[in-house]
Design a binder for this molecule. Structure first.
Ligand code: ADP
Ligand code: MG
Length: 497
């Protein structure tokens, strides 16, 4: 996979110096002095050295965030706060090339994808949230109090920032996940301690510099790169943190919920998925094939809402599998900075081991690969885009989240049976329905227990659309107006007249 790749000077500058923690507006080494390395997953080579935050650094960062909650940040009027949040979006777009390259080098994804999706979606999230800063209104209420006959009241609600927020994010969309988390926290006037994933801390650190440049006061955003079991757990447990927001695996989401019980901090969780993508015979089958391919192979399949279970009505099953197989085989896999690359490597050795383990379990359980099925030899953590058939509902590949470019295709005949199978999962994050029958599409959209249902589309993300999961896919929603509720307390004020 070795290719001569070119990158911007700014990117080289950022990766060539050791990166630090951001606490109270200052870039500093960790208290322990420890550092860790991140890797270019396309080569396995060391990319950058980063200060390793731990419990003691989390202490300092939480204290800085607490102090900032009552500082100049609280005194800004909503319009001023909104304009600062908007400026973060502008700065992201001004540095799009550099951010996309950092994302590609740290995560592996193709630069074209980062430039088309990750970076503009991150900017747009800040632009969208900025508009909410001036619209976080409470209401005027006329209370009925049966045991106080004749009493009159003037009552209203205030919406106040929840306070200090701990945010723990994953490695699949490092910049975008930072944006999803920071945008609503800043717009509502909270202060933040953000812990990026240990695999991919770079773009969040660069974003933090842009956030400083945008005029966010010191201590409002603190960034502590480090590991989950140390820095992450310290943040989730910290009694000085009012709310924790987590995106990652369902397994760790359960730990976060437990860690949060000490002070009953508010918790929002955006977790795993095993999303069904459903193709009816009356669909535009070619569009459905392209949508199924994009639904699983986008971002190397490292997407919580990936359409990893494909259900195809039986008379079109062979045609769809054939189309998907040739789509998978034609994907150009390579280094993300190579402009010809359509799919990059998996993010890490650990993720490579996880995905290849699922491929061998699939083989043992009798799943047959019509495309791919194995790792790609040579340097870097590459696996082949894989289509599996002969999959039964109880098979591991149908039940468990692979988080890689691996799809299980299964035929179905009857809609009721299909709806049962689609909902036969601990997860409930997303789904896709491909049909020309609008009545069937809307009926099924109601029956599927998932936070997002796509009809004749897949992987449509937008700052305006709430995103999150039913069942073990999480608690609460990201984005849209809904996410704001995660970051605010509502206070009723009652005045006796
Ligand atoms: P993966 O296993 O795919 O890396 P994780 O859910 O483990 O996904 O990681 C998502 C985020 O959660 C990362 O920032 C990681 O450091 C963090 N994390 C992992 N384990 C813990 C934990 N025990 N407590 C808090 N955060 C954690
Ligand atoms: Mg993990």
């Amino acid at each position: 996979m070795a290719v001569a790749v070119s990158m911007a000077d700014a990117t080289r500058r950022f990766t060539s110096e050791p990166r630090k923690l951001l606490i109270g507006g200052e870039w500093r080494d960790s208290v322990s002095g420890k550092t860790f390395e991140t890797y270019d997953p396309a080569t396995g080579a060391v990319l950058a050295t980063v200060a390793e935050g731990d419990k003691q650094d989390v202490e300092l960062a939480v204290a800085a965030a607490r102090k900032a909650l009552d500082g100049p940040w609280a005194k800004l009027n909503p319009s001023e706060r909104g304009r600062i949040v908007h400026r973060i979006g502008d700065l992201i777009m001004e540095h799009a090339e550099e951010l996309a390259e950092l994302e590609t080098l740290d995560n592996g994804k193709p630069k074209g994808v980062a430039l088309a999706a990750d970076v503009p979606l991150a900017a747009d999230l800040f632009w969208y949230m900025a508009g909410w800063a001036t619209k976080l209104n409470g209401g005027t209420i006329n209370p009925s109090v049966p045991y106080m006959p004749g009493a009159e009241f003037h009552a209203y609600t205030l919406r106040e920032p929840v306070g200090v927020v701990g945010q723990i994010i994953p490695w699949n969309f490092p910049l975008l996940m930072a944006a999803w988390k920071l945008g609503p926290a800043l717009t509502t006037g909270c202060t933040v301690v953000l812990k990026p994933a240990e695999q991919t801390p770079l773009s969040a650190l660069r974003l933090a510099e842009l956030i400083q440049e945008a005029g966010v006061p010191d201590g409002v955003v603190n960034v502590i790169p480090g590991f989950g079991e140390t820095a992450g757990a310290a943040l989730a447990q910290h009694p000085g943190v009012d709310k924790v927001a987590f995106t990652g695996s369902t397994e760790v989401g359960k730990l976060i919920a437990q860690q949060a019980t000490g002070n009953l901090k508010r918790v929002s969780l955006e977790l795993g998925g095993k999303s069904p993508n459903i193709v009816f015979s009356d669909a535009d089958v070619d569009a459905a094939i392209a949508g199924a391919a994009q639904g699983i192979f986008f971002n190397q399949g490292e997407v919580c809402s990936a359409g990893s279970r494909l259900y195809v009505q039986e008379d079109q099953f062979d045609r769809v599998v054939e189309g998907l197989t040739s789509a998978a085989q034609s994907i150009r896999v390579g280094h993300g900075l190579d402009p010809d690359t359509e799919m990059g490597p998996l993010v890490s050795q650990e993720q490579f081991d996880r995905v290849t383990r699922y491929l061998s379990i699939g083989e043992q359980e009798g799943n047959r690969a019509t495309a791919g099925g194995s790792a790609i030899d040579g340097e870097g953590w590459f696996v082949q885009p894989t289509v599996l058939v002969d999959a039964k509902p109880e098979h591991t590949i149908v039940q468990e989240e692979v988080f890689g470019p691996v799809i299980a295709a299964m035929p179905f005949s009857d809609v009721d049976d299909l709806a049962r199978q689609a909902n036969d999962s601990h997860y409930g994050l997303a789904a896709g329905v491909w049909t020309r029958d609008i009545s069937k599409a809307h009926k099924l959209a109601k029956r599927i227990k998932a936070g997002t249902v796509h009809v004749n589309s897949y992987h449509v993300f937008s700052a305006e659309l709430p995103f999150g999961g039913y069942k073990q896919s999480g608690w609460g929603r990201e984005m849209g107006e809904e996410v704001l509720n995660n970051y605010m307390e509502t206070k009723s004020v009652i005045v006796g007249l």
